[in-house]
Design a protein around this ligand. Structure first.
Ligand code: ZEM
Length: 284
């Protein structure tokens, strides 16, 4: 059998061309490719959520540039940004779905895949609307450096997320996506998962954040933290910044106690993220 990240992709659920506008058919096919043995923790869900986030998180509210409209990560230089390392896996995974539903734009497909992945992994319903239009290769794109840097702290998180139009509560809620997935040394240089249930959407990230003692990991890689007791879980410096800032910390403790509040705030913020810079959306 094949090995590597593309091994064992199951056949699409519908597997046939759909009528333009049949987003439910696309949703079904996305759902059908999420679970797979032999890739990470058994799901492509986390890397699809990261694709949806990185295609959207380039937005600047000052001039309306960036965001998921255009799907410019298909092209250089954006596909080669260090921040986007590993996302070719997610983009390639969605190609058979694009082929079965050629009428959907890449921008809509990538963001819908993120929303469906969150929902299928047990998260809240993510309000999602179609309307992104793909831009041709060679279109003007935003400069590299708009996505957050994991080595930095609270001020940097505010600079980046306030630029997109988010507030401090949104920053903490959105960071809860790190309940999913893991870091890969061959992508970001960091290593390991934030939780012991990285394919289930929950508030576990916040619980782990507050319930463990986090100590610097002794290794050759970049500074990251491990839980002192089991050494199996990790936090990035930017994750721990949520504990060292008074305002952020208040929301971390709230979400650790109240999963329903986290789900509600995450759904609103993630939906807003996916729509940043997308013109002419249909009424909600
Ligand atoms: Zn992440 N993220 N992220 N993130 N992220 C990684 C992985 C994942 C930051 C960051 O530097 C990193 C948000 C916010 C921030 C996900 C979703 C969201 C990784 C590891 C890094 C280094 C990449 C790798 O090695 O594969 C920083 C600094 C953030 C600032 C707050 C937001 C917001 C997200 C969505 C709402 C997800 C799901 C992953 C796991 C990917 C995977 O492949 O498992």
């Amino acid at each position: 059998p094949e090995s590597g990240p593309m091994a064992g992709i199951p056949a699409l659920a519908t597997g046939k061309r759909s009528v333009p506008g049949d987003y439910d058919a696309v949703r079904k096919d996305i759902s059908s490719i999420l679970d797979v043995d032999g890739y990470d923790d058994g799901s492509y869900g986390p890397v699809l959520v990261r694709l949806a986030w990185h295609t959207s998180g380039t937005y600047d509210k000052k001039d309306g540039s960036g965001g998921s409209n255009g799907a410019t990560m298909r092209f250089g230089p954006e596909c080669d940004w260090a921040a986007n390392a590993g996302l070719a896996t997610a983009r390639k995974l969605l190609e058979p779905i694009k082929a079965a539903h050629p009428w959907i734009s890449y921008g809509d497909l990538w963001t819908l895949a993120g929303a469906v992945a969150i929902e299928d992994m047990g998260g809240p319903t993510i309000p999602w609307r179609a309307g992104r239009v793909d831009a041709p290769d060679g279109s003007k794109i935003v400069p590299d450096g708009r996505l957050p840097d994991a080595t930095q702290g609270a001020k940097h998180l505010r600079d980046v997320f306030h630029r997109m139009g988010f507030d401090d509560k949104d920053i903490v809620a959105l960071s809860g996506a790190h309940t999913l997935g893991r870091c890969h040394t061959d992508r970001s240089g960091f290593s390991g998962p934030w939780t012991n249930a990285p394919t289930t959407f929950s508030n576990l990230y916040f619980q782990e954040l507050v319930n463990n003692k986090w100590v610097p990991k002794k290794w050759d890689g970049p500074l990251q933290y491990e839980d002192k007791a089991s050494k199996q879980l990790m936090m990035l410096p930017s994750d721990l910044a949520l504990l060292s800032d008074r305002t952020f910390k208040k929301y971390v403790y709230q979400y650790a106690k109240d999963e329903e509040a986290f789900f509600k705030d995450f759904a609103v913020a993630f939906s807003k993220l996916l729509e940043l810079g997308v013109p002419n959306l249909p009424p909600a």
